[in-house]
Design a protein around this ligand. Structure first.
Ligand SMILES: NC(=O)c1ccc[n+]([C@@H]2O[C@H](COP(=O)([O-])OP(=O)(O)OC[C@H]3O[C@@H](n4cnc5c(N)ncnc54)[C@H](OP(=O)(O)O)[C@@H]3O)[C@@H](O)[C@H]2O)c1
Length: 268
């Protein structure tokens, strides 16, 4: 299927590892030039090197902290110096739960830091890149939410706050940006086997005296993932690449689950 992404430019926050890196590789495979944002320059450089080694696309890395407005503005200025038009913006930066303790007892600082990163960070990045986005119908904003926003998952209160808000605000953004011919959609991943999730599964297995595979097998069944396993970052990437493409031009304001059927709420 021809996706029409060749020669376009995609900005990916949190593009140095995990789901963001998989999305970067997937868009590069379709011929997109990339701007990767994250705080850690070393990992950004390693990821960019890997992408350049595999695909003939331009990759710019910019170290930025999306919790800070000035850092985001400076990153956008650097990005458009190299790539004046941005076609695809993937708001993906986020990450693991900070701590497993009871979040209702967290300090204001801890709550605000999490919300400032994922939810307000997404607005900040969108605001900074919006003036530079294509208005010819190829403009796409894709927000990476998560199932902590559509269900109640252990202690993940701030993740729930961020991810549910992100899904709802995606609708507001889609309505606002329709006049500029930009579509805005949310992707809602389930349990995805990124590097930190791998470490989490190993650790949980050890605590329960089980192998990682045994733990994961039981966990996936227990929480109702009907496909019976976690997803790979590449399986999230496939959906994001499609949404970024011309083929998805009539999908707007949607929330698309990539969760192995977790969302059907199956009970054993
Ligand atoms: N893995 C899952 O099971 C899962 C499930 C549902 C939803 N999600 C969502 O998917 C997204 C990616 O998750 P992941 O598991 O791939 O996480 P990850 O492997 O921890 O990667 C997170 C990325 O975000 C960047 N980042 C973190 N804080 C940042 C900041 N303040 N400013 C700029 N960049 C920042 C990180 O780089 P630096 O640390 O160098 O900044 C890294 O590139 C998140 O929004 C997460 O909530 C993940």
């Amino acid at each position: 299927m021809e996706l029409g992404l060749e020669g376009r430019t995609a900005v990916i926050t949190g593009g140095s590892k995990g789901i963001g890196k998989a999305i970067a590789l997937g868009l590069a495979a379709e011929g997109c030039h990339l701007v990767l944002l994250a705080r850690g320059q070393e990992l950004l450089d390693a990821t960019a090197e890997e992408i350049r080694g595999r695909f003939d696309v331009g990759v710019l890395t910019v170290s930025a902290d999306i919790r800070e407005a000035d850092s985001v503005k400076a990153a956008a200025a650097r990005a458009v110096e190299r790539f004046p038009t941005v076609h695809v913006l993937v708001n993906n930066a986020g990450g693991p739960i900070k701590r497993m303790d009871r979040q209702i007892e967290w300090s204001d600082t801890d709550w605000v830091d999490d919300i400032n990163l994922k939810m307000i960070g997404m607005l900040r990045v969108t605001q900074a890149f919006l003036p530079h986005m294509a208005r010819d119908g190829s403009g796409r904003i894709i927000n990476i939410s998560g199932i902590a926003g559509t269900s109640v998952l252990g202690p993940a209160l701030t993740h729930g706050f961020n991810n549910s808000a992100m899904i709802h605000v995606t609708g507001y953004m889609a309505a606002d940006m329709a006049k500029e011919n930009i579509t805005v959609n949310a992707v809602v991943p389930g349990l995805i086997g990124t590097e930190w999730r791998q470490a989490w599964a190993e650790n949980m297995g050890k605590q329960l005296n089980k192998t990682t595979e045994e733990f994961l097998d039981e966990y996936c069944k227990r929480i109702g993932i009907i496909s019976g396993r976690w997803g790979s970052p590449e399986e999230v990437m496939d959906t994001v690449v499609f949404l970024a493409s011309d083929r998805a031009r009539y999908i707007n304001g949607a929330q698309i689950a990539v969760d192995g059927g977790y969302g059907v709420n199956a009970r054993a």
